[in-house]
Ligand binder design. Structure first.
Ligand SMILES: Nc1ncnc2c1ncn2[C@@H]1O[C@H](COP(=O)(O)OP(=O)(O)OP(=O)(O)O)[C@@H](O)[C@H]1O
Ligand SMILES: [Mg+2]
Length: 260
């Protein structure tokens, strides 16, 4: 496949918080049109990886390229203008602004004013609840509604690629299903490439084309989503019937040192 079809290329990325090395030489790529998921237990480095890609954090080493252009260490307001929208863990919406104001802020990096209202219409079509609540303070919405708002705001940047950090966090199973169906739909209908960080491996793998598993700041598996879903290791450690079962599994996974 030719190089221009790679939307995001990460090479040997390292990032730390003072003395704590949170990502230790991560390499990955995301091709145009794909949904790529990054799985891993608490503290594996998933959020740090997304923050370092979007420029919230500066890497110690390594390179990030967006559509072939080097964006290593470039600030988030520039990376969003270049086509990368980061929907952070915990949403980070503006709670005192209205839903409509939050949506509109997603377009701040754009100059094509004419098309912004068409995109707003798409966001409100995708998430009718946002339209209904558009004059309400965003902080008064439920967790699921705030997640929809965060995704809607990200879409307003008209990104080539969206980085989503744990969209299922704090949501009921039903709402999680709904959010993931919408993510798959945005990918299909709008052609937005997605990089999806999740602890809910089952649902992430059900929509993804490709997946990476991270452990202690490193990528320990990289496979087609289907291969990962069928892998005995992933089944044992990440696809348990309950969260407790997965947490137990992940502790066992951590205790195994075969790949280090
Ligand atoms: N602001 C911070 N200061 C110091 N250490 C941090 C900070 N943020 C994260 N870390 C550490 O970096 C490592 C990776 O954390 P990170 O938040 O990237 O993990 P994660 O995979 O997103 O976990 P989770 O699934 O819990 O969100 C962890 O050891 C964590 O304790
Ligand atoms: Mg995280």
């Amino acid at each position: 496949m030719s190089e221009h079809e790679i939307v995001l290329q990460v090479d040997n990325l390292e990032a730390s918080y003072g003395p704590i090395m949170a990502i230790r030489g991560v390499s990955l790529q995301v091709r145009k049109g794909q949904i790529v998921t990054v799985l891993g237990a608490n503290g594996a480095g998933k959020t740090t990886l997304l923050k370092t890609i979007s420029g919230v954090l500066n890497p110690r080493k390594g390179q990030v390229r967006l559509k072939g252009e080097d964006i290593t260490g470039v600030e988030p307001n520039r990376t969003v203008a270049l086509g990368l929208a980061h929907v952070p863990e915990g949403r980070e919406i503006f709670p005192l602004l209205t839903v409509a104001e939050n949506v509109a802020m997603g377009a701040y990096s754009r100059s094509d004013r004419g098309e912004i209202s068409a995109d707003e219409a798409f966001v409100y079509d995708t998430f009718p609840i946002l339209k209904e609540r558009r004059n309400q303070a965003a902080g008064t919405m439920s967790g699921g509604q705030q997640q929809m708002l965060a995704i809607g705001r990200g879409l307003m940047a008209r990104p080539d690629i969206m980085l989503l950090d744990e969209p299922s966090l704090g949501l009921s199973p039903l709402l999680t299903q709904e959010i993931f169906a919408t993510i798959a739909n945005i990918n299909k209908e709008r052609g937005v490439t997605m990089m999806l960080v999740e602890q809910n491996a089952a649902i992430a793998l059900s929509v993804a084309d490709y997946g990476y598993v991270m452990e202690l700041g490193r990528v320990v598996m990289a496979e087609d989503a289907e291969t990962l879903a069928n892998s005995a290791d992933v089944q044992e450690f990440y696809l348990g019937q309950s969260q407790q079962e997965n947490q137990r599994g992940q502790r066992r996974w951590k205790a195994r040192k075969t790949w280090r």
